[in-house]
Every structure is written in structure tokens, then in C-alpha cells.
Design a protein around this ligand. Structure first.
Ligand SMILES: *Cc1c(COP(=O)(O)O)cnc(C)c1O
Length: 226
């Protein structure tokens, strides 16, 4: 068994265990293999093992990889920061966008989504720790943004995404994920149908699964160090 296969099996087992620890079914949590900087051959190996969802952060890097793997039925998630001059290739070539944090980006994605494809799935990125350096909508501004994004015709608002600051020793890694879940519950109470919490990476996916993650985005624990 090669290293990649070994890490993949190990990761899926850890995800399943984390789900079971809180009475969830392993199938409720989807792995997005974050493949940025890694070559198409590694993605192909994982696809042969059954992996379908891949996450990429850079448009210029992702498009040639998608082209090289076009014979496979894959689901592509754009997880990087998104400038308005880069929305068109994302709207055309991805199935999901996880980092929407302002209306202007959402409007462009909606108007640029080709008719030949279904609605683009989007998650709103929330700046859960209120960090100046991070993108993401402030929790206080989330309800208004959700309202606006949900009304765009070619987008389907699926849920929330966050990228918390790493917790240190003595801090509870569950706290930011619990906060994101509470925000999603509030939006649901306002009538939004949300089925997605995109949260958890290599260092903290177990805590995220404990708090209800439906999609974890894992890179280095799977592919190795970038
Ligand atoms: C790179 C990246 C990840 C994966 O991070 P790892 O620590 O390598 O698992 C997840 N989410 C986003 C938004 C990323 O940019």
C-alpha cells in the first residue's frame, strides 16, 4: 500500500471515529481533499480509491488540473480567496464556492454561471474570530448578506464556511465551530434552508465534526506537507 493510500484510509477512519463519538453517521461528513500545489497524478490516485470531492484555491492552478482529469466524474470546490476579476472561470468550472463574503462577488458568480450548468453551490465565509487579516463576513452582517445571496437566481446558498485561527494549548478547539453552527441555526430560524457547515482542516477536523461539520477541507494530513 502506498503512502497516499495509507493516509487516505487513516483519515477516513479518523473522520468516522469523530462522527461516531457524537452519535453521527460517518456518511454525514464529506471529505474535500484539498489538492492545491499537488499534481494531478495524486488526485487521480485518490479518485481511483473512491474520492470525488477536491478543493482548489488558485484558479490558474486548478483549470489545467481539471483539464487533465476531465475523464473522471469529480466535484470541484473553490476554497480560495476570490477577487471580482477571477469570478468568471470559477463560475464556469467549479461546482461549489466556499469563500463568498460579499454581495458583489456573489452577483458576479450568479450572472456568470452558465445556463448549461446547474446553480452554483455557495457557502458564506464567516470571520468567526474577527481577525483583521482574514476574509469573511462579520457575524453581525451575515443575516443581511444571506438574504441577498439567497435571492440570486443562479446560486444556491448551501451554508456557512469558516477558517478559525488555530487554537493553542488550553484553548477549546470546538469553540469557533460551535459558534458557526449557532449562526447557521439562526439563519435557519429566519427561513433559510441550509444543509452545509464547511469547517475543519488537518489540525482541527475532529473538533469540527463533533460540532456538526458536513464538509471538512483537509490538505496536508492527506497529501503531505506543501
Ligand atoms: C489550504 C486550505 C485548507 C487545507 O489546509 P490543511 O491544513 O492543509 O488541511 C482548508 N481550507 C482552506 C480554505 C485552505 O486554503
Amino acid at each position: 500500500m502506498n503512502d497516499l493510500q495509507h493516509r487516505y484510509d487513516d483519515l477516513l477512519a479518523r473522520m468516522a471515529r469523530a462522527a461516531q463519538q457524537v452519535g453521527r453517521k460517518p456518511a454525514e461528513v464529506r471529505l474535500i481533499a484539498v489538492s492545491k500545489t499537488f499534481p494531478p497524478a495524486m488526485l487521480r490516485t485518490l479518485a481511483e480509491l473512491g474520492q470525488r470531492d477536491f478543493g482548489e484555491s488558485y484558479v490558474q492552478e486548478a483549470l489545467p488540473k481539471q483539464h487533465a482529469l476531465a475523464d473522471l466524474e469529480l466535484c470541484w470546490h473553490f476554497i480560495g480567496p476570490l477577487q471580482s476579476n477571477k469570478t468568471r472561470p470559477v463560475a464556469e468550472h467549479f461546482d461549489w464556492v466556499h469563500g463568498v463574503d460579499r454581495l458583489r462577488i456573489a452577483e458576479r458568480l450568479s450572472s456568470q454561471r452558465p445556463d448549461s450548468r446547474g446553480a452554483l453551490n455557495v457557502c458564506l465565509q464567516v470571520n468567526i474570530d474577527d481577525e483583521a487579516s482574514k476574509s469573511g463576513v462579520a457575524p453581525a452582517d451575515l443575516p443581511a448578506l444571506a438574504e441577498q445571496v439567497a435571492s440570486l437566481p443562479r446560486l444556491r446558498l448551501r451554508g456557512l464556511m469558516t477558517l478559525p485561527r488555530p487554537r493553542g494549548p488550553g484553548e477549546d478547539p470546538h469553540e469557533p465551530f460551535r459558534a458557526l453552527r449557532a449562526l447557521a441555526d439562526t439563519l435557519r430560524a429566519h427561513g433559510h434552508t441550509l444543509d452545509t457547515l464547511s469547517m475543519g482542516m488537518s489540525e482541527d477536523f475532529e473538533a469540527a465534526i463533533h460540532e456538526g461539520a458536513t464538509h471538512v477541507r483537509v490538505g496536508s494530513a492527506l497529501f503531505g506537507r506543501r
